[in-house]
Write a protein that binds this ligand. Structure first.
Ligand code: IPE
Ligand code: IPE
Ligand code: MG
Length: 243
């Protein structure tokens, strides 16, 4: 068995999974170095690039990255403004290099409060990467797990769509796409909480918390989280023998 670069994989093949990451600790990373918090966020952008490259080498079909919550608007205006420019930089400068590798980029969360330059950058990369089928990279920006469920519930009620399975389509915010369950949820930065991340999708996720600050995250940390995941016994409410 070889990976996409043609090198040998040492372990036995694993089924492809959905990994979600709460990318926390970038501000503290900067402060710990006597730097502005924003330097930490810029280093966090480099960690995103490293992690996506690492994900392409792993059996991962979907990577969901929680980048900015609806509650993060309450941060100082200057940090928020710079974060928006940092996201734009990612979509405009880093995103295009992912397209030839088969990465499909999409953004979940509210768009109406994002600055126009960021909305344009998102729409452009979503369009140019739409055919990607190697890895689905979902960025959650102005996202709230609770609001996503509430919005889907409203659409569900208004369309009177019947079967509960349709709810996952409504949650994905776009027709013809269902929200895949998260298999492994990673939170960096040492906090042991969920902070309004994609709540519906993590119902049966395995949780991996690490003190590693997001800008220090990369291939080795992703691999360690996956090894942790592979060591778990998922039962989905059944008894071990029946799984
Ligand atoms: C998470 O990193 C990224 C965002 C919420 C934008 P933080 O900015 O929360 O970093 P810390 O937790 O303050 O170190
Ligand atoms: C969680 O980080 C949200 C994101 C990583 C986008 P926060 O720093 O906002 O979470 P709290 O405030 O520690 O719960
Ligand atoms: Mg934080």
């Amino acid at each position: 068995m070889t990976n996409r670069n043609g090198s040998q994989l040492l372990s036995s093949p694993q089924p492809s999974v959905h990994v979600a990451i709460i990318m926390d600790g970038s501000g503290r990373w900067g402060v710990a170095r006597g730097l502005p918090r924003m330097d930490g966020h810029r280093a966090g952008r480099a960690a995103v690039c490293r992690t996506v490259a690492a994900a392409l080498e792993q059996p991962i079909h979907t990577l969901t990255l929680f980048a900015f919550s609806t509650d993060n608007w309450s941060r100082p205006e200057s940090e928020v403004a710079e974060l928006m420019r940092n996201f734009e930089g990612f979509f405009r400068e880093d995103g295009p290099a992912l397209v030839p590798q088969g990465v499909r980029l999409s953004v979940m969360g509210r768009r109406d409060r994002l600055p126009g330059f960021l909305r344009d950058a998102i729409e452009q990369i979503e369009a140019t990467s739409a055919a990607g089928s190697t890895l689905h990279l979902r960025l959650a920006i102005d996202y709230s797990g609770r609001e996503a469920i509430l919005a889907a519930a409203r659409r569900f009620q208004s369309t009177n769509d019947g079967p509960a399975e349709n709810f996952a389509f409504l949650l994905a915010e776009s027709a013809g796409e269902s929200v895949p369950d998260v298999d492994l949820l990673i939170r960096t930065g040492g906090e042991l909480r969920l902070s309004n991340c994609p709540l519906w999708e993590i119902a049966y996720a395995e949780l991996h918390f690490t003190a590693c600050l997001w800008p220090d995250f990369g291939p080795a940390e992703l691999d360690a989280a996956l090894q942790d995941f592979y060591s778990r016994h998922r039962r989905f409410g059944r008894i071990p023998a029946a799984v």
